[in-house]
Design a protein around this ligand. Structure first.
Ligand code: NAD
Ligand code: TYD
Length: 352
């Protein structure tokens, strides 16, 4: 097995922490550096179980700082990058697009430049893996699926910034022969997701009997994938993906928001020993998100057929386990929802 020197960016965030855990446990021979700025979304409490592993180093730093990134590459001589660091919440991108352009586009460019500079002489065994989203493809009507050849049509500042970073990564492949792979994944759910996103927010509000904000009529559709399945897809693409290729990753698991909220109410009320339908009264229709994409759905047949990956998990089982995790991890939720998040929440929901 190659002794890899791997940089994972954004490893203290939701998906990143699951990727770091998987790689630390599965590849004891790899030297893994987790670079994270620890923004509001990054939390080292996500990684306490592996923080003392001998193959793990955490570095607090900003991908927007080009000089710092170059020095980090000088110091560690990485041969691979799995790049997850990003501003990731659509509503925040509507409120403040600039930060998304800085981190998602300029930050990615800084990493590409460092990899290019350090790998020019020999690209053997090198890989720059860019983790992206299905939102770059825009929105679907009632039918159809996103494939790897669907035209880009991003419609939020978040998805536009991710689309732009995807284009840069491909440009570095074509122009500078930088070895790259990209994956575009659908919505993830699971433990450790920041509670501004739909699932943890709804579970939290059911528990505390607070209004559950449903945008518009709740008719938008998302394809939900368990975060551990995504981490395994990333492992699979990192090791077996073909240089220059893109892989779509999805759960083949479409849910209308309102139906998903009802399922969350059912499963959460059961766990709290409340009578069936108790929390239905919390559903509150609020003003729709600006430019709200109607439907996302992924055709994942390329990764399934070519790399032999499949989402292995059972949705109701994993969703139940996810709810159990949020109900049990009260301290984690309280810690991340104190301070700054309260201000965000007031602005996003209460003054509407
Ligand atoms: P997240 O917001 O939970 O975590 C992002 C992490 O990046 C945080 O730890 C944060 O501290 C770090 N970060 C932000 N800015 C940084 C900077 N300038 N320098 C260094 N670190 C910085 O996001 P997530 O949901 O885990 O998403 C991870 C990646 O996966 C993103 O690139 C996102 O676009 C992509 N993605 C997410 C989903 C999803 O459903 N959450 C789906 C598909 C793709
Ligand atoms: P979200 O978790 O923000 O993911 P994304 O926008 O990247 O798909 O939202 C998932 C869906 O839930 C999306 O259609 C918006 C909707 N939504 C609500 O109805 N209410 C909410 O409070 C939030 C955060 C999202």
């Amino acid at each position: 097995m190659n002794k890899k020197k791997l940089l994972i960016t954004g490893g203290a965030g939701f998906i990143g922490s699951h990727v770091v855990r998987l790689f630390i446990n599965k590849y004891p021979d790899y030297q893994i550096v987790n670079l994270d700025k620890l923004t509001y979304a990054g939390n080292l409490a996500n990684l306490t179980d592996i923080e003392n592993a001998p193959n793990y180093t955490f570095v607090k730093g900003d991908i927007n700082d080009a000089e710092f990134i170059q020095k980090l590459f000088d110091e560690h001589q990485f041969d691979s990058v799995i790049h997850l660091a990003a501003e990731s919440h659509v509503d925040r991108s509507i409120a403040n697009p600039n930060e998304f352009v800085m981190t998602n586009i300029v930050g990615t460019l800084n990493l590409l430049n460092a990899a290019k500079l350090h790998w020019t002489d020999n690209t053997e065994g090198k890989m720059f893996y860019h983790v992206s989203t299905d939102e770059v493809y825009g929105t679907l009507g009632e039918t159809g699926l996103f494939t790897e050849t669907t035209s880009y049509d991003p419609r939020s500042p978040y998805s536009a910034s991710k689309a732009s970073s995807d284009h840069l990564v491909r440009a570095y492949f074509h122009t500078f022969n930088l070895p790259i792979v990209i994956s575009n994944c659908s919505n993830n759910y699971g433990p450790n997701q920041f509670p501004e996103k739909l699932l943890p927010l709804v579970i939290h509000n059911i528990k505390h009997e607070k209004p559950i904000p449903v945008y518009g009529k709740g008719e938008n559709v998302r394809d939900w994938l368990y975060v551990v399945d995504h981490a395994e897809a990333i492992d699979c693409i990192f090791h077996k993906g073909v240089n220059g290729e893109t892989y779509n990753v999805g759960g083949n698991n479409e849910w209308r928001n309102l139906d998903l909220v009802h399922l969350l109410i059912k499963l959460t009320d059961q766990r709290l020993n409340r009578e069936e339908g108790h929390s239905n009264k919390l559903i509150t229709y609020v003003k729709d998100r600006a430019g709200h994409d109607l439907r996302y759905a992924i055709d994942a047949s390329k990764i399934m057929n070519e790399l032999n990956w499949a989402p292995t998990q059972d949705f109701e089982k994993e969703l139940g386990g996810t709810i159990d995790w949020y109900l049990k991890n009260e301290k984690w939720l309280n810690d991340v929802t104190s301070g700054e998040y309260q201000k965000y929440y007031q602005k996003q929901y209460v003054t509407r």
